[in-house]
Each structure stands twice: as structure tokens, then as C-alpha cells.
Design a protein around this ligand. Structure first.
Ligand code: PHE
Length: 341
């Protein structure tokens, strides 16, 4: 009788515990089967009324069932707890990810690389120079002596160098001409894109910080025709259409003769529109045949070589290509502008 009862309790327990996955339910089961007032407890109390023989048989059985129930409950409890902690650390791979902001190259940097690619394909070397330049390279060696009024054309930010020497945040990339010639022998062709600074009031077409693009070609018989031809090829490649180049007389101390150069308006193809002020031409930069005084300052024999140089603002051609109407947008740090390119 008692034996059957104990076996019934066990099978009832096994049935009840089968699908339990909740700790509270498991706890109720523990109280129900192992608590002081449990059925099994009551049944064990009846042991004392049994004969010695029956006690010997049923006693161990009762203990065995009790231990089995206890160990099953303990094992299940452990299982449920570890499942819970796994669930807590679970990663839901179906939740949409957080978008990571990835930066990209600034429009000017992109265009600079494009210019370098085009000129490399035409056999040009690429150099840079320094942004903090000495007075000597910025001006003296470029045939702009101290106190010469031409210096005023470059509104220069002067700073004091480490050794107390007066230095300039370079207002143009032309000092690179001297640096390059001091370490290279003609014939050569080289470009130097770089950051420049000018101490002047800013407006839609002037900024204190901007990028210039210098080119220098030197050889035995380099002439203005070479300049026009190379400039024409380059601007046609850059704007992906036939572009005309024209030159107008001008003055730079480091070139002789000097000129400003224009390209045919890429918006109206030279017909005349609001971008080019109805002239059909857009002013691009300065150029000229390298002044022999500059060759001399760089250590070349006077009269031995001929060459041309030019310099123009990279922002200016970026503005033409993308129809940007204010140069201050480039380095103003407004991401709404930067992200468009
Ligand atoms: N360095 C001149 C400027 O900044 C441009 C220039 C470069 C002119 C080379 C002639 C030759 O205005």
C-alpha cells in the first residue's frame, strides 16, 4: 500500500515537472513534494507503523524517491537559471543596426587628387613645399625684394619663427618653384598643389585660407605656346569638354612676361551667361615665363633655360564645376555643405 503510494507520488512528480521552465512554479513543486507537509512527508510518517521487514524494504525506497526528487529539482533549477542568463545576453540580430557615420574626402582633396592624376598622366612630377615659409623663399628669391611695393599684392600673415626669424604663412605656392629648382636640373615639369593663406577681408570670392595649384615647366626652349597648349589640354580634361585658354598681359615679379589667363566659360561654352558676366570667359589665375632673376636665385646660370609657371585657386575651379557661389563654404566647416560631395 505505502510502497504503491510512494511510487505514485514519484510518477506524479515526474509528470508535473516535465515542462516546467519557471522558477516560481518549480519552487511550488519543491514545497509540494519535499516540504514538511508534503504527501511524501506524510507517507514517511506512516513508516513507523510498519513491520520490520516492510520497513527494511520501503524505508530505502522512500529515501531513494526523496533524493531523486530533490536532485531533479536542483538540476532543473540550475538549468532554468543558466537559460535565463543566456537569454539576458542574447543578441537580437533582427534589430536594425545603428548607422556609423563614415567620413569622406573633402571636395578640395578629391579635386586635388584628380589634378594630380591628370598631370601625372602628362608626365609631371608632384611636390608640395611648406605652409610656414621664410621671407627669403616667399619673396626675395622670387624677385620681390623687401620694401618693394609688389609685396603688398600678397596680404601676408606674418608670424615669428622659433629662432625669432620672421616667417610667413605662405600666401601663394610659388616658393615651391625655388625649392624644386634648387634640387632638380632641367628639363622637368612639376606641379605643387597646396594650402595658402591671405590676410585680407573675406567675401564670396575671397577667403583667408584656400588652395593653389602651381605648375612649373623648365627646359631649353619652353615657350608660351607650351603653356597655352598644356593649360588647354588640362582644363578640357578636367571639365570634360573643349575649353579654350586666353592670356592677358599682367605683372608678377617672378615672371617676364607675365599674364593672367582665362578659360572659355564652361557654363555657356563661351556664348556669354551670368556666370561669366556675359563675356564668355572666366578668369582663372596668373602665369608667365619664369623671370631669369628667379633662375639665378635658384642657382641656374642666367639665360641658360626657359620655362613657364602658373598658379590658380583650386576652389575657383571647384566652384565652376559645382556651381558653388561662395568660396567661404569650403572651409567653413558646415557639414551640410561638405556632405554633398
Ligand atoms: N603666385 C601668383 C599668385 O599667387 C600666381 C602665379 C604663379 C603667377 C606662377 C605667375 C606664375 O598670385
Amino acid at each position: 500500500m505505502l510502497e504503491q503510494k510512494i511510487l505514485n507520488i514519484k510518477s506524479e512528480f515526474l509528470g508535473e515537472i516535465e515542462n516546467v521552465s519557471d522558477l516560481d512554479v518549480l519552487n511550488d513543486i519543491r514545497v509540494k513534494y519535499l516540504g514538511r507537509k508534503s504527501e511524501l512527508g506524510e507517507a514517511l510518517k506512516g513508516l513507523k507503523d510498519l513491520s520490520v521487514d516492510e520497513k527494511k524494504k520501503i524505508g530505502p525506497l522512500a529515501n531513494e524517491v526523496k533524493n531523486e526528487i530533490a536532485s531533479k529539482i536542483d538540476a532543473l533549477e540550475k538549468n532554468i537559471k543558466s537559460q535565463a542568463s543566456l537569454l539576458k545576453d542574447r543578441i537580437d540580430v533582427t534589430i536594425p543596426g545603428k548607422k556609423k557615420e563614415v567620413g569622406h574626402l573633402h571636395l578640395i582633396t578629391q579635386i586635388q587628387s584628380e589634378l594630380i592624376d591628370i598631370f601625372s598622366s602628362m608626365g609631371f612630377d608632384v611636390t608640395d613645399g611648406v605652409e610656414i615659409e621664410t621671407e627669403e623663399y616667399n619673396f626675395d628669391k622670387l624677385n620681390i625684394p623687401e620694401n618693394h611695393p609688389a609685396r603688398d599684392a600678397w596680404d601676408t600673415f606674418w608670424i615669428k619663427g622659433k629662432d625669432g626669424e620672421r616667417k610667413a604663412l605662405r600666401p601663394h605656392t610659388s616658393p615651391m618653384q625655388i625649392h624644386y629648382m634648387e634640387s632638380h636640373k632641367p628639363p622637368f615639369r612639376v606641379i605643387a598643389p597646396g594650402k595658402c593663406f591671405r590676410n585680407e577681408a573675406t567675401d564670396a570670392s575671397h577667403d583667408h585660407t584656400f588652395y593653389q595649384f602651381e605648375a612649373l615647366v623648365v627646359g631649353d626652349d619652353v615657350n608660351v605656346g607650351h603653356f597655352k597648349n598644356i593649360a588647354q589640354q588640362f582644363f578640357s580634361m578636367f571639365f570634360k569638354k573643349d575649353v579654350d585658354v586666353r592670356i592677358r598681359p599682367s605683372f608678377f615679379p617672378f615672371t617676364e612676361p607675365s599674364f593672367e589667363f582665362d578659360i572659355s566659360c564652361t557654363v555657356c561654352d563661351g556664348k556669354g551667361c551670368s556666370t561669366c558676366g556675359r563675356t564668355g570667359w572666366i578668369e582663372i589665375g596668373g602665369a608667365g615665363m619664369v623671370n631669369q632673376a628667379v633662375f639665378e636665385a635658384a642657382g641656374y646660370e642666367k639665360g641658360r633655360y626657359q620655362g613657364f609657371a602658373w598658379g590658380f585657386g583650386i576652389e575657383r575651379i571647384a566652384m565652376m564645376r559645382h556651381k558653388i557661389d561662395d568660396i567661404r563654404l569650403f572651409h567653413g566647416g558646415d557639414l551640410r555643405f561638405i556632405k554633398q560631395f
